[in-house]
Design a protein around this ligand. Structure first.
Ligand code: ATP
Ligand code: MG
Length: 329
């Protein structure tokens, strides 16, 4: 226990870490770990809402932890753990559900979106997901939550549920504050329409091999209002140009070339791919040096620390609610 404020975030195990994850949230995972006592979990319970058998994502789980460490999450400074190793979070979810009006959960937009994508598996867990998310945050008494903009409505709901719990019983929890990357919008996927999303498979990876990144970037939908290379481009509405802002200091120069039809979409993609590959080379190197045994050790010690903290929180929570302590007299 350091007396510092706490930061907490989670990531689903639905595929490889991508540019949206990195620009939206990852940069803050790294930035905040000096100032805050930091916690990051791989959200295997949350993954079960769309992939019902955890054995099916064992490889993805290793990949995700390695990606997190590769981008600079330091296991010495950030407690990295697997969500389901802290089962008390499910009890807290149940207790929070008792103070959460149904109408609050019904208005969450992502539920409708996922229900549209997987109409044959619209399960209760999917619906309850934002309440579990609130439990994830407050079980470690998270003060700040670094996430991407797509998560802002969920965070707002977590704050409301936390307030409701504190009011109903007593002020057990800090109200978690969202921490966004001010420069990053909701990053769009290679389709240029939906948000970049592991489960939509429209991603550009961060630590993937160069040939994968090349192929992903080259598949990006570009300026649909520019049928020929000789036509002037519209950088403001072009997804490839949007990425230039992050990867080129002189992005305005390229935007201007595009407006004057002096650079074509294919060439812009080639340049972008090479720049991404170059920028993330140190991440790939770090990743290549990691082993599964190291990941196992990191997750084991992370779970120990998070478990101890969650246990303390649940003693307080059960007392606040008026339930007896776990242990028999
Ligand atoms: P899934 O498709 O399984 O939901 P995802 O790609 O949306 O996966 P999450 O695990 O849900 O990734 O989110 C991890 C973090 O990355 C969250 O903080 C989330 O806000 C952020 N994030 C995800 N996608 C984007 C995006 N396109 N732009 C900005 N931030 C994003
Ligand atoms: Mg998501």
């Amino acid at each position: 226990m350091t007396g510092r404020k706490r930061s907490l975030s989670g990531i689903r195990v639905t595929g490889r870490f991508h540019l949206g994850n990195y620009l939206g949230a990852g940069v803050n995972y790294v930035r905040l770990q000096d100032e805050y006592e930091s916690y990051i979990f791989v959200a295997d319970y949350h993954t079960l809402t769309t992939k019902p058998n955890a054995r099916d994502f064992t490889d993805d789980l290793y990949d995700m932890v390695m990606d997190l460490i590769a981008i600079g999450v330091d296991p010495q400074r950030t407690v990295i753990y697997r969500q389901s190793m802290i089962p008390m979070v499910s009890e807290l979810t149940l207790l929070l559900a008792m103070v959460t009006p149904l109408s609050w959960v019904q208005r969450v937009p992502t539920f409708k979106e996922v229900a549209r994508v997987q109409p044959d598996n619209v399960n209760l867990g999917l619906f309850e997901y934002p309440v579990l998310q609130c439990a994830d945050i407050i079980i470690v008494k998270g003060d700040v939550v670094p996430v991407g903009r797509d998560q802002a409505p969920h965070l707002e709901l977590s704050r409301e549920i936390t307030r409701r719990f504190n009011r109903t019983y007593r002020p057990v929890f800090p109200e978690p504050q969202i921490v966004l990357n001010p420069e990053a919008p909701i990053v769009k996927g290679t389709d240029g329409k939906a948000k970049m999303s592991k489960s939509l498979k429209n991603i550009v990876g961060v630590t993937d091999p160069p040939e994968v990144i090349r192929q992903q970037v080259m598949s990006m939908v570009t300026d649909v209002k520019r049928p020929r290379k000789t036509d002037p481009g519209h950088p403001r509405s072009c997804n490839v140009c949007a990425f230039y802002k992050f990867f080129f200091d002189d992005w305005e120069h390229y935007w201007e070339l595009c407006r004057k039809a002096q650079i074509g979409c294919q060439d812009k993609k080639k340049l972008l791919a090479e720049r991404i590959i170059e920028r993330f080379a140190p991440f790939r190197e770090r990743r290549a040096s990691l082993t599964r045994e190291e990941v196992d050790r990191i997750l084991e010690s992370g779970a120990e620390r998070a478990y101890a903290l969650a246990q303390q929180t649940m003693v307080e929570v059960r007392d606040a609610v008026g339930l007896p302590p776990y242990s028999r007299p």
